[in-house]
Design a protein around this ligand. Structure first.
Ligand code: PMP
Length: 356
């Protein structure tokens, strides 16, 4: 069975929109896209009168090298959020198909499915926030077209071993696409599920420049998958998904020098994460700190609400994740600069003294 047999038949049959920039490239006198012939007003961005390349070849090549895949296996979009949405729209028929997730996990999988009218089936993480591969596979019904696995998982933080992902991929062949979200993988330092692509055309890997490459504001997300899956998604991709400025930022942020800087910062961040973990563990109000290989810690408090409010009064914003399944009393804290982390710990120490 071909992975495209899992996709919606109407998307496979669709005649995609053909943009002016796709149909013709090169030339000096561009009269094919109804653009303004003049650059916008001074200061608004020289050259932005032209539509951008939908999938710039130079960026695809650079990202393919970064993630160690072929350029045909790369799709770039507006954050990995867009790739999640494209997958759901291409593979799930409204009112018929489903996705499968392991809560507590990143919220956009379920939101994208609900927008599409696809059901959301669940196989919760274990009590210690590991993926339950047996429960996940047992929950796969014929309606399930996409199985989302997030590693390291947001908001809990732990990784799924590559051997478990391999086992899932093998078991899901011909049944569903395994989507591995590696938004935080750089902080874990472990091998990517993209290594499974050679043997499995029904594996898709989500990467992003928003975290380790510090480019959240540019909105650049990457999907790594079989060339056939990338081709399918390009059919439903918006005509010009990548603003020119974001493409330039993505090229600069993933140049060899920039990658070296990113790696230095990842190293520093991981040291800070462990320092923060040790300091938080000494606080009386902290009940548990979940295992995390990401750039955040999920911390369970005796009473989270006053901690959240107290931090806010000190100008420090953390994420209240207590509404997530199994995370009652938990706040998710992103690891900041050493100064920011010190400010957090100082505020928590002051709070502990005042309530003692
Ligand atoms: N996946 C996970 C697990 C995330 O936590 C996030 C952002 N918080 C995303 C995907 C989306 O990231 P982006 O759209 O910025 O690439």
């Amino acid at each position: 069975m071909n992975v495209l047999d899992l996709a919606r038949a109407e998307i496979r049959a669709l005649t995609p929109y053909s943009s002016a920039r796709m149909e013709a490239s090169g030339g000096q006198v561009l009269l094919n896209a109804n653009e303004s012939p003049w650059s916008p007003a001074e200061g608004a961005g020289e050259g932005l009168n032209r539509y951008p390349d939908p999938q710039p070849a130079a960026l695809l090549r650079q990202l393919a090298a970064l993630y160690d895949v072929a350029p045909e296996q790369v799709l770039v979009g507006r954050g990995s959020d867009e790739a999640i949405d494209l997958l759901v729209r291409a593979f799930c028929r409204a009112g018929e198909d489903a996705i499968l997730i392991s809560p507590p996990t990143f919220g956009m999988y379920a939101v994208a499915a609900s927008i599409q009218g696809a059901a959301v089936l669940q196989a919760p993480l274990t009590d210690d926030f590991g993926l339950d591969a047996d429960a996940l596979l047992a929950a796969v019904t014929p309606a399930v077209k996409l199985v989302f696995v997030c590693t390291p998982n947001n908001p809990s933080g732990d990784c799924v071993p590559l051997a478990m992902l391999d086992r899932l991929a093998t078991a899901l062949r011909g049944r569903a696409l395994l989507v591995v979200d590696e938004a935080y993988l750089e902080f874990a330092g472990s091998a990517s599920a993209s290594t499974l692509l050679a043997a499995h055309d029904h594996v898709a890997v989500l990467r992003t420049l928003s975290k380790a490459y510090a480019l959240a504001g540019a909105r650049v997300g990457v999907l790594l998958a079989a060339a056939s899956v990338i081709g399918l998604l390009r059919r439903i991709l918006a005509p010009y998904p990548l603003p020119a400025g974001s493409v330039a930022s993505a090229l600069a942020a993933t140049s060899p020098d920039a990658v070296a800087t990113a790696h230095e910062r990842i190293g520093l961040l991981c040291v800070e994460r462990e320092r923060l973990r040790a300091a938080l563990a000494r606080l009386e109000d902290v009940v548990a700190i979940l295992p995390s290989a990401a750039n955040f810690l999920c911390v369970r408090w005796r009473d989270a609400a006053p901690v959240y409010a107290g931090l806010l009064r000190a100008g420090i914003v953390v994420r209240d994740v207590s509404r997530y399944r199994g995370l009652a009393g938990c706040l998710r804290i992103s690891v900041g600069t050493p100064e920011e982390n010190r400010a957090l710990l100082d505020a928590l120490a002051r709070r502990q003294e005042s309530t003692a």
